[in-house]
Design a protein around this ligand. Structure first.
Ligand SMILES: Cc1cc2nc3c(=O)[nH]c(=O)nc-3n(C[C@H](O)[C@H](O)[C@H](O)COP(=O)(O)OP(=O)(O)OC[C@H]3O[C@@H](n4cnc5c(N)ncnc54)[C@H](O)[C@@H]3O)c2cc1C
Length: 437
């Protein structure tokens, strides 16, 4: 019997489990350990609450979770409740699928001011992540600046711009819905260091901005490259740019009944955040692109009002004691996922925060192949029995998949009308809810 411990129950964790089941059949026991009592990582806490069809991928993970040789071990934080060295003693392979949950910080003067928020925190707040329940983002001001030109920036802008009715059918948490209902935001500026041909926004998400009830995108037509140059783009990107061209052509009359503007400020980088204790303005420098499409400041600076700044500029994996780490890139150090025989990383913890949910699938399968090469038939380790004994001796209250299904039922039971669920937003409430059935 081979014993595998996968740390993290997001897409990378579940795809790795699926691949290991295929590789080893009945000759494997897999424990998927997560620091939270609820599974699925960013499927629950990252993917936007108004994108329920994307969240449905968790049904595939549930199939894996419900097979006999896979177990979910929630509410156990690796690095705190148990060390990597201890797990290596107990399991033939330990796989870090811990994602990249920490915001990369905007390293400019003023970034410590109140009202400057990273997207992990803001997204975690509206998705009910227990770490960010108390965030209380300042929504009383008119101007929000969102730094970044990727899909996370689009999610953030869309969530800020939607009316209550547009959240029907979503699982946005109650505290966020109430706060957004009372929001005074009128202008959301998306700052991008480069231009329309360099965005990392996909067509579907970009297209949604053109269909909002009270909000309308604005793009300066002078920022758009010559239309003939679009032919050089790959098809998905060309489609995204087509949306930008349509937004640049929106006539002023159309904006008359729109109370929120989403302004794409291309070729613009924040260089300073100003304010007395809290953010009040952002100094923005115009940029131009060199022949390698890198952006360079031109020295032309303007100051824009800002009551809240949300930076969507990437994420880092927190280090775990005893695991080699690439500080520059903010991820574990590995050779294609092999940290050393018996210790691996996968998904965002391996690659950094890039790619879609599906990108983690081949990652998981490649790691399972590596594990097969390295561990043979297993070395007679204790596996889950040893883990349970150790956690019991420490008084750790682990949460099982059956407990999670009870929590899920309780969340479904307390949903608003038309919503799929009302999530519990703190760990204690989740743990209490496991006993409801
Ligand atoms: C805001 C946002 C929106 C996104 N929207 C989309 C989308 O619409 N479509 C799409 O295809 N992709 C989307 N993505 C990307 C997608 O979510 C990622 O590709 C994917 O979640 C990465 O999977 P992962 O398993 O590596 O990490 P995660 O999903 O982050 O999972 C990591 C898991 O590890 C656990 N963990 C962390 N540290 C520990 C520890 N020390 N001990 C135990 N457990 C631990 C965490 O609790 C978590 O459950 C989005 C990403 C973000 C940030």
């Amino acid at each position: 019997m081979r014993h595998l411990a996968i740390i993290g129950s997001g897409p990378a964790g579940y795809y790795t489990a699926e691949a290991a089941q295929k590789a080893f059949g009945d000759d494997v026991h897999i424990d998927i350990i997560d620091r939270l009592p609820v599974p699925y990582g960013l499927i629950r806490f990252g993917v936007a609450p108004d994108h329920q069809s994307i969240k449905n991928v968790s049904r595939r993970y549930e199939k894996v979770a419900l097979t006999d040789n896979v177990r979910f071990v929630g509410n156990v934080s690796v690095g705190d409740d148990i060390s990597i060295a201890e797990l290596q003693e107990l399991y033939d392979a330990v796989i870090l699928a811990t994602g990249a949950p920490n915001d990369r910080t905007l390293e400019i003067p003023g970034s410590e001011l109140d009202g400057v928020i990273g997207s992990a925190a803001f997204v975690g707040w509206y998705n009910g992540h227990p770490d960010f329940t108390e965030l209380n983002p300042p929504l009383d001001g008119k101007n929000v600046v969102v730094v970044g030109n990727g899909n996370v920036a689009l999610d953030v802008a869309r969530i800020l711009a939607k009316t209550e009715t547009e959240f029907a059918g979503s699982d946005i948490v109650g505290h966020a819905l109430e706060a957004l209902k009372a929001s005074n935001v009128e202008k959301i500026t998306l700052l991008g260091r480069r231009g329309p041909h360099q965005i990392a926004m996909t067509p579907k998400e970009l297209g949604e901005l053109g269909k909002l009830t009270r909000a309308c995108p604005r793009i300066n037509p002078d920022d758009m490259p010559d239309e003939g140059d679009d032919a050089m783009l790959e098809p998905g990107m060309r489609k995204s740019v087509t949306h930008l061209r349509a937004y640049a052509a929106i006539p002023e009359e159309y904006r008359a009944d729109k109370s929120v503007e989403i302004d794409f400020d291309f070729f613009a980088m924040p260089v300073e955040i100003q304010g007395d204790g809290k953010v009040e303005a952002v100094v923005v420098e115009e940029t131009e692109l060199d022949t390698d499409m890198r952006s360079n400041g031109t020295g032309n600076r303007t100051t824009i009002p800002c009551d809240m700044l949300i930076s969507c500029i990437g994420y880092r994996t927190p280090p775990i004691e005893g695991v080699p780490y690439e500080h520059g890139r903010g991820r574990f150090a590995s050779d294609e996922g092999r940290i050393m025989p018996g210790l691996y990383c996968v998904g965002w913890a391996r690659r950094g925060p890039t790619g879609t949910i599906g990108t983690n699938r081949p990652d998981g399968y490649a790691i399972a192949d590596m594990i097969a090469e390295d561990i043979g038939n297993g070395a007679g380790k204790q596996g889950r029995e040893g883990l349970d004994a150790l956690l019991k001796s420490r008084g750790t209250d682990l949460v099982t998949f059956r407990d999670w299904k009870n929590i899920e039922q309780a969340e479904i039971g307390r949903a608003r009308d038309g919503a799929p669920r009302e999530k519990f937003v703190d760990v204690e409430d989740m743990i209490k809810a496991r006993g409801v059935m």
